[in-house]
Design a protein around this ligand. Structure first.
Ligand SMILES: Nc1ncnc2c1ncn2[C@@H]1O[C@H](COP(=O)(O)OP(=O)(O)OP(=O)(O)O)[C@@H](O)[C@H]1O
Ligand SMILES: [Mg+2]
Length: 240
């Protein structure tokens, strides 16, 4: 069995890269899958989250891959346990072209969280263009999906982005709500998959399309919640 690798990235800061990373890691770990987060951000937000995580919870490994002066990237690589089956790469905001190229060589799937502001959406559209070009996405058969994050209402603010990504054959997976559940969980080293389902039914539901797109696994049963995979807008993912 090989490693499945997912890169969570956007050139913009504060759009939810670490939030998606930690919650996705909590999903895999809750399923008993050997999971590692590779933190490429010198701010080490994912590793700080891991440091808060109780030893009683399903184990998630952390690897510090942040580029730092005097430390070759290669050093950090050894921190990824060989047993890892799901590797999640938490990228820093504003990655250099070199880092972007390096990250794209290490991943099969890319998740791009985007916040609901016109400025962020515009910046993300430009970033996606750069990613497709630099990452040789089609050539390498890398799958790319966009996630709307911190959505407060159903305003159609994402419509231009949805049209844009659909024109590129990229999936628009889900809308993650602006919820204190994510904020509270992150402070304690938890993900929504570590919480009692009745405390976060809506969050579990909205996260499922991400899990489904990455793994093909069926949604978890949540209390009285209808399955959400039908909401996934799976737009003819282009393959070269
Ligand atoms: N869906 C959400 N609901 C509520 N708060 C959120 C949500 N997503 C992210 N946040 C909060 O927004 C802030 C930024 O999120 P996060 O750290 O995940 O972004 P990031 O893209 O990793 O940022 P950076 O570029 O600094 O690495 C955090 O305080 C986080 O708790
Ligand atoms: Mg981050």
């Amino acid at each position: 069995m090989g490693i499945n690798s997912t890169l969570v990235i956007n050139a913009k800061g504060g759009v939810g890269k670490t939030t998606i990373t930690t919650n996705l890691a909590s999903y895999f770990a809750s399923r008993g899958v050997p999971t590692t987060i590779a933190d490429y951000d010198p701010q080490s937000s994912s590793l700080n989250w891991l440091a808060q995580r109780s030893a009683d919870l399903p184990t998630i490994h952390g690897a510090d891959l942040a580029p730092r002066a005097g430390l070759a990237l290669q050093n950090g690589r050894r921190q990824i346990p060989l047993s890892t089956r799901q590797l999640i790469l938490d990228a820093p905001a504003g990655p250099s072209r070199l880092l972007l190229q390096d990250l794209m060589q290490r991943t099969q799937s890319v998740l791009i969280p985007v916040a609901p502001s016109a400025i962020d959406i515009h910046a993300t559209a430009n970033f996606i263009k750069e990613l497709l070009l630099i990452g040789q996405v089609r050539f390498r058969h890398i799958r790319v999906a966009v996630i709307a994050n911190r959505v407060r209402n159903a305003r159609p603010v994402y419509e231009p982005l949805e049209r844009f990504v659909s024109s590129l054959g990229i999936a628009f997976l889900t809308r993650i709500s602006d919820s204190d559940v994510y904020v509270d969980a992150v402070e304690k080293g938890l993900g929504i998959f570590d919480l009692p389902p009745e405390q976060c039914a809506a969050e579990l539901r909205e996260f499922q399309p991400i899990v489904h797109w990455l793994t093909g696994e069926a949604p978890l049963e949540t209390e009285g919640a209808p399955p959400v995979t039908s909401n996934v807008i799976q737009l003819n993912v282009a393959r070269a």
